[in-house]
Design a protein around this ligand. Structure first.
Ligand code: ACK
Length: 364
């Protein structure tokens, strides 16, 4: 009789409860948020204490933006060690940066290769003018630039594990769900900061996230249209824009309506990339098929081992109506709740599906 009054929650019931809770959470958040916020449509309204982002292209002389938002580094303080990759404008190297009175730090150095024209130099330095305005643990930190001597360089903090997509592919299945959610939480916190500043990333994808030795994920690759020129995933649309189709919200593909809500769609795709350890979204489907399937209401299924709560969050990010998608502030607090209560991550989508199949079998 000691068990009288207790009832067993079936996995289906738990999952349904979780889904309902997830939906309720975002609906409740959304209404209070919508009341609190002035929409971004008529220009960005910065939050108290948070500076608004300034588009370097609004400067008549873009060099002025570089002066304003970046620090000039004397090249004698930089020691280049080795080439770690290739960027659109030149090599990416690793090295060390000395600052008087401070400990030497590891840095990544992007160089602008010789023979550039003025426009390339401006585009190259635009990224630094953007990055230099940000100060957040989940945004790649700009140390400074070298513009007064050749080669022109951008110096940023070094991220030992490189880009998130290749890092995850190299460590397939190696992390706990909590570790993966921790990475996603970091990315969402960085995106919340950017959206609070009124900055729209437009190319949020695991390939544009860097990972350090403590598994901290930081958003990188800034530069507005330039970012998309640089991205091998970006394809031309019928309207002439160059867009990474698989990561981009339908309204941004259809009529270039980029916003923090379209960044939230891309964030959902990043969640899927992370939970699948760097799988390609929509696998080998063509861009055109991806666009058509999304239009028909098709959405990516949960990767193997994905908790119900996380797939539900992805589906929220992929709502057709952009105002129904969660804001980054809600995503961060939802992920924080999951991390504080790890049992909420136990029901997995595949378990649910198995039980549902069993259920159907029983009924028949
Ligand atoms: O995947 P990866 O190792 O990480 O290869 C690319 C390559 O340079 C070309 O972009 C790596 N990379 C870029 N920025 C950084 C950084 N701040 N720290 C470490 N690696 C970086 C990136």
């Amino acid at each position: 009789m000691t068990h009288a009054g207790h009832f067993v929650l079936s996995p289906i019931l738990i999952s349904d409860l979780l889904m309902a809770l997830c939906q309720w959470y975002f609906k409740a958040k959304m209404t209070s948020e919508d009341k609190r916020r002035t929409d971004y449509q008529n220009g960005h309204v910065p939050f108290p204490g948070i500076k608004a982002y300034v588009d370097p292209d609004t400067y008549e002389d873009p060099t002025q933006a570089v002066h304003e938002f970046t620090k000039e580094i004397d090249p004698s303080r930089i020691r280049i060690e080795r080439v770690i990759g290739a960027g659109e404008f030149g090599e990416v190297c690793s090295g060390r940066l000395r600052t008087p009175g401070k400990k030497e730090i590891a840095v990544a150095i992007k160089t602008l290769k010789g023979g550039y024209v003025e426009r390339q130099r401006r585009d190259f330095l635009r990224e630094a003018s953007i990055m230099g305005q940000f100060d957040h643990p989940n945004i790649i930190r700009l140390e400074g630039v070298v513009t007064k001597s050749r080669p022109v360089m951008i110096v940023v903090e070094y991220m030992e594990n490189g880009s998130l997509d290749s890092f995850l592919r190299q460590h397939d299945g190696h992390f706990t769900v909590i570790q993966l959610v921790g990475m996603l939480r970091g990315i969402a916190a960085g995106m919340k900061y950017l959206s609070d500043m009124g900055y729209v990333h437009r190319d949020l994808a695991a390939r544009n996230i860097l990972v350090n030795s403590n598994l901290v994920c930081k958003v990188s690759d800034f530069g507005l249209s330039r970012v998309l020129e640089d991205d091998p995933e970006a394809a031309y649309t019928t309207t002439g824009g160059k867009i990474p189709i698989r990561w981009t919200a339908p309204e941004a593909i259809a009529y270039r309506k980029f916003s923090s809500a379209s960044d939230a769609w891309s964030y959902g795709i990043v969640m899927w990339e992370v939970m699948s350890y760097g799988e390609r979204p929509y696998w080998e489907m063509s861009n055109q098929d991806v666009i058509l399937s999304i239009e028909e209401g098709y959405r990516l299924p949960a990767p193997m081992g994905c908790p119900v709560a996380l797939h539900q969050l992805m589906l929220h990010c992929w709502q057709k109506e952009r105002n129904h998608r969660p804001k980054f502030v809600d995503i961060v607090s939802f992920l924080d709740k999951l991390i504080r209560n790890p049992s909420s991550l136990l029901p997995l989508v595949e378990d649910l599906q198995r039980y549902r199949t069993a259920d159907v079998l029983v009924k028949h």
